[in-house]
Design a protein around this ligand. Structure first.
Ligand SMILES: C[S@@+](CC[C@H](N)C(=O)[O-])C[C@H]1O[C@@H](n2cnc3c(N)ncnc32)[C@H](O)[C@@H]1O
Length: 383
């Protein structure tokens, strides 16, 4: 083989590239599209593609139908059994016409379902929303996100000075996060707590914490994850670190749960303060994705310093390129974090490398049932 001959792998990539170019040229050709829609063999594919494209165009409207159902309490109204349009209208304070329009829309999205000639009951997705207070909280919270995304190009170009999500997540871009007041952290802490039970169940089912002695949950919010861990691992000592007003909320939570003997909360700033020592396992739940690369790497180094030899870090958050949920991990979280003003989702491979760069070894990925919500990596301090 001469020096300039391409390697077999390069030749393959280049052939694939040419094929994809040809495919792209065909797909944008109006004549090809008309032929594909008419030909019985390609018609189902053309239809599926048209449907997927329309869903992309209409996605915002679907979200608004869901938002209207949640804000008006449609699912609660239907929870006791089917109601007529008139009854729904009366319960949620709409005219009969408006209620009917909403119910028909929501039926098409499986949020409600038809029962008999004039009745409506919960649909399979509406029932799932009702069963998950975290989803209800997220739907309500999304009004801020949609406002921020009204001009996505301005956001991408960095022309949007202040965003609603930037203000909501008050620590994002704050120079002195430790000085934040209770009123600036209460709302997001409540939102995180509402969705934490789904996340905690996934993490605790995938990684057994019971074999450890003391767990430190870094940036642990109001302590919901530690409370869930406490019930699974009755001998585990618990410690939480978060901004001072958030740690105060966690202290109150531990007291309410009768966990004062086992759990304590320490207030401080991740960027400036050393983490409390004494734990043999440290969890970072939905934390690293909130931070840009340099800050995220510094947090991992600080976690490593707080652990003894053989200590374990559990990194749990939604990760990029999550198979089957790419749109959620890469489009939804990608734009959400951009509107928030910092952070990004990373692939498991990138996070594994960051853990190794921070001095950890033996990085392991644990299976979770819902990778779109959370994936889990662990790594050990050498020794
Ligand atoms: C997305 S929330 C995750 C909370 C919790 N781990 C959970 O999954 O529900 C991020 C947490 O990081 C905390 N945080 C952000 N910046 C911090 C900092 N500089 N020092 C300490 N905690 C910080 C926030 O107060 C918040 O509780």
């Amino acid at each position: 083989m001469s020096d300039t001959a391409p390697t077999p792998a390069l030749a393959f990539t280049s052939r694939m590239g040419n094929l994809l170019k040809l495919r792209d040229r065909l797909l944008v050709s109006r004549r090809f599209q008309e032929w594909a829609a008419a030909c019985p063999l390609t018609r189902p594919i053309a239809r599926r593609r048209a449907r997927a494209l329309f869903d992309l165009c209409a996605g915002f409207v679907y979200s608004q139908v869901l938002s209207a159902c949640v804000r008006l309490g449609v699912f609660q109204a239907l929870a006791q059994g089917p109601l007529s349009v008139q009854q729904v209208a009366q319960r949620v304070g709409l005219t009969v016409d408006a209620a009917e329009r909403l119910l028909i829309s929501a039926t098409s999205l499986k949020l409600v379902s038809r029962r008999g000639a004039d009745g409506y009951g919960l649909g399979e997705l509406g029932a799932a929303v009702l069963a998950n207070p975290g989803v209800v909280a997220m739907v309500e919270h999304h009004t801020i996100l949609y406002r921020d995304l009204a001009d996505p190009v301005a956001l991408l170009r960095g022309e949007t000075r202040a965003t609603g999500l930037g203000a909501y997540w008050s620590y994002a871009r704050s120079d002195q996060p430790a000085d934040l007041q209770d009123t600036q952290v209460a709302e997001y802490t409540h939102l995180m707590a509402a969705s934490q039970s789904m996340i905690a169940n996934e993490i605790l089912a995938s990684y057994p914490l019971g074999k450890h002695r003391c767990l430190l949950d870094v940036a642990g919010g109001d302590g919901s994850f530690l409370v869930a861990a406490a019930s699974r691992a009755p001998r585990l000592e618990l410690c939480l670190f978060d901004l001072p007003p958030v740690a105060a909320l966690a202290e109150q939570r531990f007291a309410r749960q009768g966990l004062q003997q086992r759990a304590r909360a320490v207030g401080g700033d991740l960027y400036r303060d050393a983490l409390p020592g004494g734990a043999d396992v440290i969890s970072l739940v939905r934390v690293i994705h909130d931070h840009d690369d340099a800050a995220a790497q510094a947090i991992l180094r600080s976690v490593k310093q707080a652990l003894p030899k053989g200590g374990v870090v559990v990194l749990a958050e939604p990760m990029s390129e999550s198979r089957g949920a790419e749109a959620i991990s890469d489009a939804y979280f990608g734009f959400y974090l951009m509107a928030m003003g910092q952070g990004r989702l990373r692939t498991p491979a990138t996070l594994a490398q960051m853990l190794r760069d921070a001095g950890f070894q033996r990085v392991k990925r644990w299976k979770t049932r819902m990778p779109m919500l959370v994936s889990v990596l662990t790594a050990r301090v050498p020794g």
